[in-house]
Design a protein around this ligand. Structure first.
Ligand SMILES: Nc1nc2c([nH]c(=O)n2[C@H]2C[C@H](O)[C@@H](COP(=O)(O)OP(=O)(O)OP(=O)(O)O)O2)c(=O)[nH]1
Length: 322
């Protein structure tokens, strides 16, 4: 009888891979089909490949896109990283958003390529590790949080309406002081408005109210996040959570949530007791993190570029959405 000794987990080599989400201003992104002779040949993937010894991730990305597509990367932002185990290898995939490039895009390895919209992907099959990445592509850059208790219900409705007209597509109803009946009524109005614009609404902390009002999901508080051991009703809608440190980020990762909000970046009126993270710490704790992260705390829409340069999905804002 032969015995196979499996290496202990810490000795399983991880293959570092860079993958490019090459984006057009209208939201289209490029997929490429893996050529014959490679594992998973015929599957669709984001252009990219293995990081070679001594290369930085960005250098590897630039080299791969030049070799595979004949383009020079002008501007790329780090985004999500995820580790996935295939039968052939364990890979750590570092996804970048490539928003500016130079040169005529020509598939140089005879691979098929195709521009796709996140809402209607028309090619298949896609590499198994990429499912959550396609979900993350559906999330917008801006996440608004209501402040009706501060500015009044009518003003809040007007502001949200204007913001929706200006392109807002994701918002959270967070009215901790509002009495339940009023909250339900407010939520129903916001949801009706949002759905006219195909925008999604999450309700803070109350999954039951979310279901009853026809909201698109729930946003967990950091305390809820640390208490629960499985995601609330995985069949039902989006689930995000508020985080302030690496421990909470890890809890959200284990629950396989759709996204997190991390902050405060700067000190804020709404969370006066929490020490601000600043951009440097923000970037370092979300490095190699697998879920999309919105930065929160004292930010305005002008901070979107820096947030995305630090690896964020985008920014969450309580004030200044409209
Ligand atoms: N490029 C890319 N690879 C991905 C994605 N998703 C995913 O699981 N992978 C996996 C598949 C492979 O196991 C690994 C990439 O390895 P590869 O063989 O394509 O790398 P390479 O282009 O450097 O190829 P080679 O020179 O070694 O032949 O990462 C993705 O979206 N893009």
């Amino acid at each position: 009888m032969s015995h196979i000794t499996l290496p202990s987990p810490e000795f399983i080599p991880i293959v570092e891979v860079v993958a490019a989400v090459i984006l057009q201003p209208d939201g289209r992104f490029l997929l490429a089909q893996r050529p014959k002779g490679k594992v998973y040949s015929g599957y669709w993937e984001f252009p990219g490949g293995k990081v070679e010894s001594g290369e930085s991730l960005l250098y590897a990305l630039e080299r791969e896109l030049w070799e595979e597509l004949g383009i020079h990367v002008r501007y790329a932002q780090p985004w999500i990283s995820r580790t996935f185990t295939y039968a052939h290898a364990t890979v750590r995939l570092h996804f970048f958003r490539v928003v500016e490039w130079e040169g005529k895009l020509i598939p140089r390895e005879m691979q098929a390529v195709s521009w796709q919209m996140p809402q209607e992907i028309a090619v298949s099959p896609i590499l198994p590790a990429n499912g959550p990445i396609l979900q993350a592509l559906l999330l917008p850059p801006l996440y608004a949080i209501t402040t009706a208790s501060e500015i009044g219900i009518e003003s809040a409705l007007q502001r949200i309406d204007l913001a929706l007209q200006n392109g807002l597509r994701l918002l959270q109803i967070r009215e901790k002081q509002m009495e339940k009946d009023k909250l339900r009524e407010f939520a129903e109005k916001i949801i009706a408005l949002a759905h006219l614009h195909q925008a999604k609404v999450l309700i803070n902390s109350d999954a039951e109210l979310a279901r009853e009002t026809g909201a698109d999901g729930v946003h967990l508080t950091s305390a809820q996040l640390m208490e629960i051991s499985c995601r609330p009703d995985p069949e039902y809608g989006l689930c995000g959570a508020s985080c302030h440190n690496a421990e909470e980020l890890y809890a959200a990762e284990l629950l396989r949530l759709d996204f997190v909000v991390l902050g405060p970046i700067q000190s804020t009126l709404s969370h006066p007791g929490l020490p601000p993270l600043g951009w440097r710490k923000f970037a370092s704790i979300i490095r190699d993190y697998p879920l999309p992260v919105y930065a929160l705390g004292g930010l305005s829409s002008e901070d979107l570029v820096i947030a995305q340069e630090m690896g964020a999905q985008g920014i969450a804002m309580m004030r200044g959405v409209a």
